[in-house]
Ligand binder design. Structure first.
Ligand code: ATP
Length: 509
């Protein structure tokens, strides 16, 4: 997808009330965004789709809503105070700051692109007889690209695993990786940068305690693990789900709502018996991919990426990557977190967190498999994938947001063909009947064609039109957003039609 298309996505999001730059009248606040009147509806629908799939479709998963602030020792125990760092590097000419690992990753992606172009060119040239594996192992240029990619990846992993900042800089210098703004390679050394925001609580400066804005929602779940287990009489395996804000002082915050400083996560921690974590990790990988596919976006837009470099708490980890407008990037993480968090909270709090397993009367700290998805990234995935520009048979153009119907901000629009002849009165009455059951829009301004276009651009799945025939035989037309086909049904059947279209269990099978 081109940069041009990405710009169109951002401007469409603004023009139709989905996403605004925060504090725009003061020229904006970098990497912070507000959701507008339609954005909040889409966002809430995504939340609900996730929340229900977790807490309603699984009997052994419950939800909580913990505070953004927690005792500061939380972050010592979780490792975030010591290890939640990004390696940063500055370009001395442009004065721009980058994540050193991202600069190298982008460089690797460039070579990967060159390699896939070469493969495609040769696939076309040789047609059916083309064998990718043979090509990769015999073509000199392909072999060179492949070796360079492998080399870079293994060096990058080594540098990150060993926290070797000099090696990171060495890779950047040896590959002549330049600043995208100044184009020069005049770099500072690489430094570690902690991503947590801090603030103070307390009446006076002397007695103030330093607090952190949570960089992930997961710790709120760990701190409440025992409360929920005991009061909910939960038996292992069981899960705790949570949706909430998280904050990270991201060094480079670009790519719209992909990387924000204030964002929302939907996380679920699944507590299992030690030794069974591998099985549950595989199970949750499968479940989460099925959830993504259930909303109907083409499966070619998703892929797994297994981690070579594991976070300080994990014994296995992967991402579900999505084909964003700027390429495949992380949408969701699935991590086998071992007993790292609970064991550390037990140690730092000196409180027993062990679970007594009635099955075999053993006592242990549970292991945890986590699924963690960024709500804003999910929003961007849905929104960017839905925006289409279509040329119609009559030569006109339409902009349509083909948002999966179950997530659409508004479910239908009620439109009288004209205001006069009692059509508006009939349509308003219909709106009043349906508005308590469905999220709908009433619109009587402009010609009907323009109103259809407006609803297309907002992603409204159905337009219900009240015309003169409606008054005669109590039928209305339903126009489908994607096919633009219209069908006439009885007004009495409308409610049932809408219920069926938006019944969540038809989607989350
Ligand atoms: P990245 O590598 O892109 O920085 P991460 O691996 O640090 O992400 P996790 O700590 O695994 O991310 O967080 C879980 C999820 O939270 C991510 O998959 C992503 O969807 C979301 N997320 C993380 N950081 C941000 C951010 N700055 N803005 C928006 N969403 C984010």
């Amino acid at each position: 997808m081109s940069e041009e298309k990405f710009k169109k996505i951002i401007s469409h999001a603004k023009e139709y009330g989905f996403i605004f730059q925060s504090s725009e009248i003061y020229d904006g606040l970098s990497a912070v965004y507000d959701y507008g009147q339609n954005g909040v509806l889409l966002k809430n629908n995504i939340k609900e789709y996730w929340w229900k799939s977790m807490t309603q479709f699984n009997e052994n998963i419950v939800g909580i809503d913990s505070a953004i602030f927690s005792h500061p020792t939380t972050w010592k125990a979780s490792g975030h105070l010591d290890a939640f760092n990004d390696p940063l590097i500055d370009n001395k000419d442009s004065k721009k700051r980058y994540r050193a690992d991202n600069l190298i990753e982008d460089f690797i992606q460039k070579i990967e692109k060159k390699l896939s172009k070469l493969i495609e060119k040769n696939r076309k040239r040789f047609g059916e007889s083309f064998d990718e594996e043979t090509f990769l192992s015999t073509n000199d240029r392909a072999k060179k690209y492949k070796a360079e990619i492998n080399d870079l990846k293994s060096n990058l992993n080594k540098a990150l695993n060993e926290e070797n900042l000099d090696l990171l800089k060495e890779i950047i210098i040896s590959k002549n990786i330049s600043c995208p703004v100044s184009g020069t390679t005049y770099w500072t050394d690489v430094k570690q940068f902690n991503l947590m925001f801090n603030t103070k609580v307390g009446a006076s400066a002397e007695s103030a305690t330093e607090l952190f804005l949570r960089p992930e929602t997961a710790q709120g779940i760990f701190l409440n693990y025992l409360n929920v287990q005991k009061t909910g009489r939960m038996k292992i395996p069981f899960g705790i789900a949570q949706i909430g804000k998280a904050f990270r002082n991201e060094i480079i915050a670009r790519q719209f709502i992909f990387r924000m400083r204030e964002f929302e996560q939907m996380e679920m921690q699944f507590f299992v018996k030690p030794g069974t974590q591998k099985k549950w990790y595989e199970q949750w990988k499968k479940n989460r991919m099925e959830w993504h596919l259930s909303i109907g976006i083409n499966k070619n837009n998703y892929r797994f990426h297994d981690h070579d470099k594991l976070a300080h708490y994990a014994d296995a980890a992967c991402d579900i990557e999505f084909n964003f407008p700027f390429g495949f990037k992380e949408l969701e993480g699935i991590h086998s977190r071992t007993d790292f968090d609970l064991a550390n909270h037990e140690k730092f709090s000196s409180k027993q967190i062990k679970y007594f397993d009635p099955e075999d009367e053993s006592k242990y700290i549970p292991y945890v498999v986590e699924t963690s998805i960024g709500l804003d990234r999910m929003f961007l995935a849905v929104f960017s994938n839905s925006l289409c520009f279509e040329s119609l048979e009559d030569g006109s153009q339409r902009t349509v947001l083909k948002i999966p119907k179950i997530l659409a901000p508004n479910q239908c629009a009620i439109l009288p063909l004209v205001k006069k002849d009692g059509l508006a009165d009939f349509a308003k009455e219909l709106k009043n009947q349906l508005k308590v059951k469905f999220k709908l829009i009433y619109d009587e301004k402009d010609a009907i064609g323009r109103r259809y276009r407006r609803q297309d651009a907002l992603g409204t799945p159905f337009c219900i039109t009240v015309d003169h025939q409606t008054l005669d035989d109590k039928t209305i037309t339903i126009r489908d957003r994607d096919s633009m086909k219209q069908k006439r049904i009885k007004v009495d059947e409308l409610e049932n039609f809408l219920f069926k279209s938006f019944e969540i269990s038809n989607w989350l099978k």
